[in-house]
Design a protein around this ligand. Sequence first.
Ligand code: LLP
Length: 384
Amino acid sequence: METTPYYFYDLDLLQETLEDIQLNTNGRNFHVHYAIKANNNHKILETIAKRGFGADCVSGWEIESAIDAGFAPSSIVFAGVGKTDAELEIALSYGIGMIHCESLEEIFVLNEMAESMNCRPKIALRLNPDVNALTHQKISTGLSENKFGLTVEEFGELVTRLDELNHVDIVGLHFHIGSQITQMSVFEELCVRIQEIVPQYEKTIGQLEYLNVGGGLGVNYDQPDEDLIADFKGYFDTFYNGLNGMNVPIHFELGRSVVAQCGSLHTKVLYVKRSAQKNFAILDAGMTELMRPALYAAIHKIEKLTATAGPHLEKDYDIVGPICESSDSFGENITLPELMRGDILTIRSCGAYAESMSLRYNGREAVGSNLRKKVATQLRTAIA
Ligand code: LLP
């Protein structure tokens, strides 16, 4: 058995998920770019690249990792509200497919850089459609109060200065309203807004060649086994119907829904501590390996993997990590078969935003050294 904690990835499930996405996009002018920020593990990137998906990157490092894993540069889109000059240079030198710009200054910096590098990138303007994603406030991005997207004022100025932009081609629009969206009505509303916005923008920037509607499809964290594969049919049908009549390729940037359910965090119970009020199970994984509960009060399903010896008692536990922070907790009063030192637990739905958000706080081992080597494949039942 591997030394815990480690991330366990079920690559069969990942393949099934990718197949389902392809099934629901085939025959439509839909192009899916995997949002690498959800999980940049090399094996995962390679698997997704091999099936012909594009990549959505938010840093120079992500662009290089995508290319290293086999994504075609032309299939890479680059987003981010604060791209550095060095990162823009990386994007230009690889000739990636599209750069999503979020401020007027960024567009002019890019134009200047493209002139000096003698190239002509395609760019899409990220707009803020002011749609409420009905998700956690910290992962909502499409409201006018959020920092994302070109403001209306900046677009107004851009229109008056278009003739200064001789080294970029503005060919499209980009939207992303938030993450872990579980209500299709939110995507329906996004489509309605896009149908309103596009004709206004086409008046000034010309007919669109590219429309990117972002990512955001949510997954079932409460009962992962009921929805191991997210509702891609509902999601893609919503955009197919909602954007019907728009004669433009539609691009998507899905992260969480592609990888969340194929990953788990396997961790060992170090100690069980009892008080008059509570039982604590103290794990060897903490917020350093899975930050979502501490950051967003996210709940991930926890299961015991080791067989229970003796009578199958159930008890309530506060499941906590070893980090010196009270927020280092995975949940209170979780009912589990009785736990003992050495038991192995699995924290489910950790394929997205777990390994890629891991930290070295408290002198924890760096991801990329020990933990990353422990990526297990084809082990769905090995520990149970
Ligand atoms: N496109 C853009 C511009 C984004 O900002 C994001 C996610 C995505 C695509 C992918 O969204 P997805 O399909 O994964 O929902 N750390 C948080 C999630 C932050 C999402 C940030 N942006 C969490 O653990 O819930």
